[in-house]
Design a protein around this ligand. Structure first.
Ligand code: PLP
Length: 375
Protein backbone atom coordinates (compact mmCIF):
# COMPACT_ATOMS: atom_id res chain seq x y z
CA UNK A 1 0.00 0.00 0.00
CA UNK A 2 1.28 3.46 -0.86
CA UNK A 3 2.19 5.90 1.89
CA UNK A 4 -1.02 7.61 2.98
CA UNK A 5 0.53 10.09 5.40
CA UNK A 6 0.00 12.93 2.89
CA UNK A 7 -3.31 11.71 1.52
CA UNK A 8 -6.00 14.17 2.59
CA UNK A 9 -8.68 13.38 0.03
CA UNK A 10 -10.44 10.52 1.78
CA UNK A 11 -13.88 12.01 1.09
CA UNK A 12 -13.17 11.62 -2.66
CA UNK A 13 -12.07 8.01 -2.35
CA UNK A 14 -9.99 5.55 -0.35
CA UNK A 15 -7.62 2.80 -1.45
CA UNK A 16 -8.92 -0.73 -1.01
CA UNK A 17 -7.91 -1.93 2.45
CA UNK A 18 -5.70 -5.02 2.75
CA UNK A 19 -8.54 -7.00 4.31
CA UNK A 20 -10.89 -5.98 1.52
CA UNK A 21 -8.39 -6.78 -1.23
CA UNK A 22 -7.73 -10.20 0.22
CA UNK A 23 -11.49 -10.90 0.40
CA UNK A 24 -11.77 -9.82 -3.26
CA UNK A 25 -8.92 -12.07 -4.40
CA UNK A 26 -10.27 -14.98 -2.41
CA UNK A 27 -13.77 -14.50 -3.83
CA UNK A 28 -12.37 -14.44 -7.37
CA UNK A 29 -10.71 -17.79 -6.68
CA UNK A 30 -13.58 -19.47 -4.89
CA UNK A 31 -16.78 -17.81 -6.06
CA UNK A 32 -16.27 -16.70 -9.64
CA UNK A 33 -19.30 -18.59 -10.94
CA UNK A 34 -22.44 -16.74 -11.86
CA UNK A 35 -24.62 -16.75 -8.72
CA UNK A 36 -27.72 -17.01 -10.91
CA UNK A 37 -26.64 -20.28 -12.59
CA UNK A 38 -28.13 -23.53 -11.43
CA UNK A 39 -25.24 -25.89 -10.64
CA UNK A 40 -23.80 -26.53 -7.22
CA UNK A 41 -20.85 -24.07 -7.31
CA UNK A 42 -23.13 -21.28 -8.52
CA UNK A 43 -25.48 -22.12 -5.68
CA UNK A 44 -22.60 -21.68 -3.27
CA UNK A 45 -21.84 -18.28 -4.78
CA UNK A 46 -25.49 -17.32 -4.40
CA UNK A 47 -25.39 -18.44 -0.79
CA UNK A 48 -22.33 -16.24 -0.15
CA UNK A 49 -24.15 -13.30 -1.70
CA UNK A 50 -27.04 -13.82 0.70
CA UNK A 51 -24.65 -14.07 3.65
CA UNK A 52 -23.24 -10.69 2.58
CA UNK A 53 -26.74 -9.24 2.37
CA UNK A 54 -27.48 -10.44 5.90
CA UNK A 55 -24.22 -8.99 7.15
CA UNK A 56 -24.94 -5.55 5.65
CA UNK A 57 -28.49 -5.63 7.07
CA UNK A 58 -27.13 -6.63 10.45
CA UNK A 59 -24.60 -3.79 10.51
CA UNK A 60 -27.36 -1.31 9.70
CA UNK A 61 -29.62 -2.68 12.41
CA UNK A 62 -32.11 -4.05 9.89
CA UNK A 63 -34.12 -7.21 10.50
CA UNK A 64 -35.00 -7.64 6.83
CA UNK A 65 -31.94 -8.47 4.67
CA UNK A 66 -34.20 -8.56 1.62
CA UNK A 67 -34.41 -4.77 1.87
CA UNK A 68 -30.71 -4.55 0.90
CA UNK A 69 -29.85 -4.30 -2.81
CA UNK A 70 -26.28 -4.30 -4.11
CA UNK A 71 -25.60 -1.54 -6.65
CA UNK A 72 -22.62 -0.06 -8.48
CA UNK A 73 -22.34 2.68 -5.86
CA UNK A 74 -24.14 5.65 -4.39
CA UNK A 75 -24.89 7.44 -7.66
CA UNK A 76 -26.89 4.53 -9.02
CA UNK A 77 -28.66 4.04 -5.69
CA UNK A 78 -29.63 7.71 -5.33
CA UNK A 79 -30.82 7.92 -8.94
CA UNK A 80 -32.89 4.75 -8.55
CA UNK A 81 -34.47 5.82 -5.29
CA UNK A 82 -35.51 9.21 -6.66
CA UNK A 83 -36.83 7.73 -9.91
CA UNK A 84 -38.89 5.23 -7.93
CA UNK A 85 -40.41 7.84 -5.62
CA UNK A 86 -41.17 10.17 -8.55
CA UNK A 87 -43.02 7.34 -10.32
CA UNK A 88 -44.92 5.96 -7.37
CA UNK A 89 -45.81 8.83 -5.05
CA UNK A 90 -47.73 12.06 -5.42
CA UNK A 91 -46.28 15.33 -4.26
CA UNK A 92 -42.93 17.03 -3.89
CA UNK A 93 -39.49 15.75 -3.05
CA UNK A 94 -38.11 17.61 -0.05
CA UNK A 95 -34.31 17.77 0.06
CA UNK A 96 -31.63 19.89 1.71
CA UNK A 97 -29.75 22.60 -0.19
CA UNK A 98 -26.46 20.69 0.21
CA UNK A 99 -27.25 17.29 -1.32
CA UNK A 100 -24.65 15.62 -3.51
CA UNK A 101 -25.10 16.38 -7.24
CA UNK A 102 -26.24 12.80 -7.86
CA UNK A 103 -29.25 13.49 -5.63
CA UNK A 104 -29.86 17.08 -6.67
CA UNK A 105 -29.62 16.47 -10.44
CA UNK A 106 -31.79 13.36 -10.19
CA UNK A 107 -34.44 15.25 -8.20
CA UNK A 108 -34.51 18.12 -10.69
CA UNK A 109 -34.65 15.71 -13.65
CA UNK A 110 -37.35 13.45 -12.22
CA UNK A 111 -39.45 15.82 -10.11
CA UNK A 112 -38.80 19.09 -11.95
CA UNK A 113 -38.70 22.52 -10.29
CA UNK A 114 -42.39 22.47 -9.46
CA UNK A 115 -42.20 19.24 -7.51
CA UNK A 116 -38.98 20.07 -5.63
CA UNK A 117 -38.87 21.63 -2.19
CA UNK A 118 -35.36 22.63 -1.16
CA UNK A 119 -34.73 23.41 2.51
CA UNK A 120 -31.81 25.67 3.39
CA UNK A 121 -29.06 24.89 5.87
CA UNK A 122 -27.81 27.37 8.43
CA UNK A 123 -24.72 28.98 6.84
CA UNK A 124 -22.75 28.91 10.10
CA UNK A 125 -23.36 25.31 11.06
CA UNK A 126 -24.37 23.76 7.74
CA UNK A 127 -27.27 22.00 9.47
CA UNK A 128 -30.71 21.81 7.86
CA UNK A 129 -33.57 23.84 9.32
CA UNK A 130 -35.62 21.06 10.99
CA UNK A 131 -38.47 23.44 11.90
CA UNK A 132 -38.87 24.30 8.23
CA UNK A 133 -39.00 20.59 7.37
CA UNK A 134 -41.72 20.13 9.98
CA UNK A 135 -43.73 23.07 8.60
CA UNK A 136 -43.56 21.67 5.08
CA UNK A 137 -44.61 18.23 6.27
CA UNK A 138 -47.53 19.79 8.18
CA UNK A 139 -48.62 21.59 5.05
CA UNK A 140 -48.77 18.21 3.24
CA UNK A 141 -48.04 17.12 -0.32
CA UNK A 142 -44.54 15.75 0.35
CA UNK A 143 -43.70 12.53 -1.53
CA UNK A 144 -40.46 11.85 0.38
CA UNK A 145 -37.73 13.57 2.35
CA UNK A 146 -34.10 13.12 1.29
CA UNK A 147 -31.35 14.49 3.52
CA UNK A 148 -27.77 13.25 3.49
CA UNK A 149 -26.18 11.91 6.69
CA UNK A 150 -22.82 13.72 6.33
CA UNK A 151 -21.79 16.29 3.76
CA UNK A 152 -18.91 15.40 1.46
CA UNK A 153 -17.47 18.92 1.28
CA UNK A 154 -17.79 20.41 4.77
CA UNK A 155 -18.23 17.18 6.74
CA UNK A 156 -21.36 18.62 8.40
CA UNK A 157 -23.52 15.99 10.07
CA UNK A 158 -27.25 16.21 9.54
CA UNK A 159 -29.84 15.18 12.18
CA UNK A 160 -31.00 12.22 10.07
CA UNK A 161 -32.38 10.27 13.02
CA UNK A 162 -34.58 13.17 14.06
CA UNK A 163 -35.62 13.78 10.45
CA UNK A 164 -36.48 10.11 9.90
CA UNK A 165 -38.71 10.17 13.01
CA UNK A 166 -40.28 13.44 11.87
CA UNK A 167 -41.02 12.15 8.37
CA UNK A 168 -42.53 9.00 9.90
CA UNK A 169 -44.87 11.12 12.05
CA UNK A 170 -46.37 12.27 8.75
CA UNK A 171 -46.16 8.84 7.10
CA UNK A 172 -43.68 10.15 4.57
CA UNK A 173 -40.70 7.96 3.58
CA UNK A 174 -37.24 9.19 4.54
CA UNK A 175 -34.08 8.70 2.47
CA UNK A 176 -30.53 9.38 3.56
CA UNK A 177 -27.45 9.35 1.36
CA UNK A 178 -25.00 7.95 3.90
CA UNK A 179 -22.05 7.61 1.50
CA UNK A 180 -19.86 9.83 3.69
CA UNK A 181 -21.15 8.58 7.04
CA UNK A 182 -20.59 4.85 6.60
CA UNK A 183 -17.01 3.92 7.41
CA UNK A 184 -16.48 7.10 9.40
CA UNK A 185 -19.19 6.79 12.05
CA UNK A 186 -21.16 3.79 13.34
CA UNK A 187 -23.79 2.52 10.92
CA UNK A 188 -25.93 0.69 13.46
CA UNK A 189 -28.95 3.00 13.47
CA UNK A 190 -29.07 3.84 9.77
CA UNK A 191 -31.61 1.06 9.27
CA UNK A 192 -34.27 3.42 10.68
CA UNK A 193 -34.24 5.18 7.28
CA UNK A 194 -36.74 3.87 4.71
CA UNK A 195 -34.28 4.35 1.86
CA UNK A 196 -30.53 4.44 2.41
CA UNK A 197 -27.44 4.71 0.21
CA UNK A 198 -23.87 3.51 0.79
CA UNK A 199 -20.70 3.37 -1.31
CA UNK A 200 -17.77 1.00 -0.69
CA UNK A 201 -14.95 3.12 -2.09
CA UNK A 202 -15.53 5.69 0.62
CA UNK A 203 -14.56 3.15 3.29
CA UNK A 204 -11.80 1.02 1.82
CA UNK A 205 -14.11 -1.43 0.06
CA UNK A 206 -13.26 -0.89 -3.61
CA UNK A 207 -14.80 1.10 -6.42
CA UNK A 208 -17.93 0.38 -8.44
CA UNK A 209 -19.83 -1.30 -5.63
CA UNK A 210 -22.31 -0.06 -3.04
CA UNK A 211 -25.70 -0.83 -1.64
CA UNK A 212 -29.07 0.61 -1.00
CA UNK A 213 -31.91 -0.12 1.37
CA UNK A 214 -35.50 0.14 0.22
CA UNK A 215 -38.74 -0.18 2.20
CA UNK A 216 -40.25 -3.62 2.56
CA UNK A 217 -43.36 -2.66 0.63
CA UNK A 218 -41.48 -1.29 -2.41
CA UNK A 219 -42.35 -4.41 -4.36
CA UNK A 220 -42.05 -3.02 -7.87
CA UNK A 221 -38.79 -1.18 -7.17
CA UNK A 222 -35.95 -1.63 -9.64
CA UNK A 223 -32.68 0.11 -10.30
CA UNK A 224 -31.91 -1.68 -13.59
CA UNK A 225 -34.25 -3.88 -15.59
CA UNK A 226 -33.59 -6.81 -17.90
CA UNK A 227 -32.74 -9.68 -15.57
CA UNK A 228 -33.94 -11.41 -12.41
CA UNK A 229 -30.88 -10.63 -10.29
CA UNK A 230 -31.33 -9.07 -6.85
CA UNK A 231 -34.87 -10.41 -6.83
CA UNK A 232 -35.61 -8.56 -10.06
CA UNK A 233 -34.72 -5.22 -8.52
CA UNK A 234 -31.28 -4.75 -10.05
CA UNK A 235 -30.59 -6.57 -13.28
CA UNK A 236 -27.00 -7.47 -14.19
CA UNK A 237 -24.69 -10.30 -13.14
CA UNK A 238 -23.95 -9.93 -9.45
CA UNK A 239 -20.43 -8.76 -8.68
CA UNK A 240 -19.90 -11.13 -5.79
CA UNK A 241 -16.12 -10.52 -5.34
CA UNK A 242 -16.80 -6.77 -5.06
CA UNK A 243 -19.68 -7.37 -2.64
CA UNK A 244 -17.49 -9.63 -0.48
CA UNK A 245 -14.68 -7.05 -0.52
CA UNK A 246 -17.12 -4.31 0.50
CA UNK A 247 -18.52 -6.37 3.35
CA UNK A 248 -15.01 -7.17 4.61
CA UNK A 249 -14.19 -3.45 4.64
CA UNK A 250 -17.45 -2.60 6.40
CA UNK A 251 -16.74 -5.19 9.09
CA UNK A 252 -13.21 -3.91 9.50
CA UNK A 253 -14.47 -0.36 10.02
CA UNK A 254 -17.31 -1.27 12.34
CA UNK A 255 -15.37 -3.78 14.44
CA UNK A 256 -12.08 -1.97 14.72
CA UNK A 257 -11.13 1.19 12.88
CA UNK A 258 -14.06 3.29 14.05
CA UNK A 259 -13.44 2.52 17.71
CA UNK A 260 -10.38 4.75 17.81
CA UNK A 261 -11.36 7.64 15.61
CA UNK A 262 -10.95 11.12 16.99
CA UNK A 263 -10.83 14.63 15.62
CA UNK A 264 -7.66 15.40 17.61
CA UNK A 265 -5.33 15.65 14.60
CA UNK A 266 -7.83 17.59 12.51
CA UNK A 267 -8.52 19.96 15.44
CA UNK A 268 -4.81 20.63 15.99
CA UNK A 269 -4.50 21.37 12.26
CA UNK A 270 -7.46 23.76 12.35
CA UNK A 271 -6.14 25.55 15.46
CA UNK A 272 -2.88 26.23 13.59
CA UNK A 273 -4.64 27.41 10.46
CA UNK A 274 -6.97 29.69 12.43
CA UNK A 275 -3.95 31.25 14.08
CA UNK A 276 -2.72 32.05 10.61
CA UNK A 277 -5.97 33.84 9.82
CA UNK A 278 -7.80 31.14 7.85
CA UNK A 279 -11.46 30.39 8.55
CA UNK A 280 -13.31 27.10 8.66
CA UNK A 281 -16.50 26.49 6.72
CA UNK A 282 -19.29 25.02 8.90
CA UNK A 283 -17.25 25.32 12.07
CA UNK A 284 -20.30 26.06 14.22
CA UNK A 285 -21.98 22.72 13.50
CA UNK A 286 -21.33 19.04 14.21
CA UNK A 287 -18.84 17.67 11.66
CA UNK A 288 -17.15 14.45 10.65
CA UNK A 289 -13.95 14.00 12.64
CA UNK A 290 -11.86 13.77 9.45
CA UNK A 291 -12.94 16.79 7.40
CA UNK A 292 -11.84 20.41 7.32
CA UNK A 293 -12.85 22.95 4.74
CA UNK A 294 -10.78 26.12 4.89
CA UNK A 295 -11.07 29.50 3.23
CA UNK A 296 -7.49 30.23 2.22
CA UNK A 297 -6.07 33.76 2.06
CA UNK A 298 -5.31 35.88 -1.03
CA UNK A 299 -4.79 33.29 -3.81
CA UNK A 300 -7.10 30.99 -5.77
CA UNK A 301 -7.29 27.42 -4.50
CA UNK A 302 -5.89 25.77 -7.63
CA UNK A 303 -2.53 27.48 -7.09
CA UNK A 304 -2.46 26.16 -3.52
CA UNK A 305 -3.45 22.70 -4.71
CA UNK A 306 -0.63 22.56 -7.26
CA UNK A 307 1.96 23.63 -4.71
CA UNK A 308 0.68 21.18 -2.12
CA UNK A 309 0.67 18.45 -4.75
CA UNK A 310 4.32 19.24 -5.55
CA UNK A 311 5.01 18.61 -1.87
CA UNK A 312 3.25 15.24 -2.05
CA UNK A 313 -0.09 16.25 -0.48
CA UNK A 314 -3.36 15.18 -2.08
CA UNK A 315 -6.16 17.60 -1.27
CA UNK A 316 -9.30 18.88 -2.98
CA UNK A 317 -10.68 22.22 -4.07
CA UNK A 318 -14.18 20.91 -3.42
CA UNK A 319 -16.12 17.76 -4.14
CA UNK A 320 -14.41 15.71 -6.87
CA UNK A 321 -17.73 15.74 -8.72
CA UNK A 322 -17.73 19.50 -9.26
CA UNK A 323 -14.01 20.18 -8.79
CA UNK A 324 -13.03 20.09 -12.46
CA UNK A 325 -15.88 22.28 -13.73
CA UNK A 326 -15.19 25.70 -12.32
CA UNK A 327 -18.88 26.12 -11.40
CA UNK A 328 -19.79 27.79 -8.12
CA UNK A 329 -20.47 25.00 -5.69
CA UNK A 330 -24.07 24.76 -4.49
CA UNK A 331 -22.81 23.70 -1.11
CA UNK A 332 -20.58 26.75 -0.80
CA UNK A 333 -23.46 28.99 -1.87
CA UNK A 334 -25.66 27.35 0.78
CA UNK A 335 -22.90 27.97 3.33
CA UNK A 336 -23.08 31.69 2.55
CA UNK A 337 -19.73 32.11 0.77
CA UNK A 338 -19.30 34.83 -1.85
CA UNK A 339 -17.65 34.15 -5.24
CA UNK A 340 -14.27 35.33 -4.10
CA UNK A 341 -14.32 33.07 -1.01
CA UNK A 342 -15.51 30.11 -3.10
CA UNK A 343 -12.46 30.42 -5.31
CA UNK A 344 -10.29 30.06 -2.22
CA UNK A 345 -11.85 27.07 -0.45
CA UNK A 346 -9.98 23.84 0.04
CA UNK A 347 -11.12 20.55 1.53
CA UNK A 348 -8.84 18.37 3.62
CA UNK A 349 -10.11 14.92 4.55
CA UNK A 350 -7.95 12.47 6.45
CA UNK A 351 -8.46 8.80 7.19
CA UNK A 352 -8.44 6.51 10.19
CA UNK A 353 -4.68 6.21 9.66
CA UNK A 354 -3.93 9.97 9.56
CA UNK A 355 -2.00 10.83 12.71
CA UNK A 356 -1.77 14.19 14.44
CA UNK A 357 1.78 14.38 13.07
CA UNK A 358 0.43 13.95 9.52
CA UNK A 359 -2.11 16.73 10.05
CA UNK A 360 0.59 19.02 11.46
CA UNK A 361 2.91 18.29 8.49
CA UNK A 362 0.02 19.37 6.30
CA UNK A 363 -0.25 22.56 8.40
CA UNK A 364 3.50 23.17 7.90
CA UNK A 365 3.13 22.70 4.15
CA UNK A 366 0.21 25.16 4.05
CA UNK A 367 2.25 27.73 5.97
CA UNK A 368 5.12 27.33 3.47
CA UNK A 369 2.79 27.65 0.50
CA UNK A 370 1.13 30.69 2.06
CA UNK A 371 4.50 32.45 2.37
CA UNK A 372 5.38 31.51 -1.20
CA UNK A 373 2.09 32.72 -2.67
CA UNK A 374 2.04 35.94 -0.65
CA UNK A 375 5.11 37.25 -2.46
N1 PLP B 1 -23.09 10.81 -2.31
C1 PLP B 1 -22.10 11.40 -1.61
C2 PLP B 1 -22.42 12.15 -0.35
C3 PLP B 1 -20.79 11.32 -2.08
O1 PLP B 1 -19.81 11.92 -1.39
C4 PLP B 1 -20.53 10.61 -3.28
C5 PLP B 1 -19.16 10.54 -3.83
O2 PLP B 1 -18.47 11.51 -3.96
C6 PLP B 1 -21.59 10.01 -3.95
C7 PLP B 1 -22.86 10.13 -3.43
C8 PLP B 1 -21.37 9.22 -5.21
O3 PLP B 1 -20.86 7.97 -4.86
P1 PLP B 1 -20.36 6.89 -5.93
O4 PLP B 1 -18.98 7.30 -6.31
O5 PLP B 1 -20.41 5.59 -5.19
O6 PLP B 1 -21.31 6.89 -7.07
Amino acid sequence: MSDLSRYFDVNATTPMSAVSRSAWLDANERFWQNPSSLYREAGMAKQELEVCREEVADRLGLDEPERVIFTSGATEANNAMIRYVAATREGKLLMSSIEHPCVEAAVLAMFGDERTEEVAVDPGSGVIDVDRVRKLLERGGIAAVSVMAANNETGTLQPWEELAALAHEFEVPFHSDAAQWIGKLPAAKLGTCDFLTGSAHKFGGGKGIGFMVIPEDAEDFHSLIGGPQEDGRRAGTENLPAVMAMVAALEECEDGLLRDVSSKGRDAFEARMKNEGMSIVGEAGPRLWNTSMLILPHTKNLKWLIRLSQRGFSVSTGSACSAGRGNPSRVMTAMGLDFDEMSRVMRFSGGTNSSEKDWLSLADALSDVEAELRQ
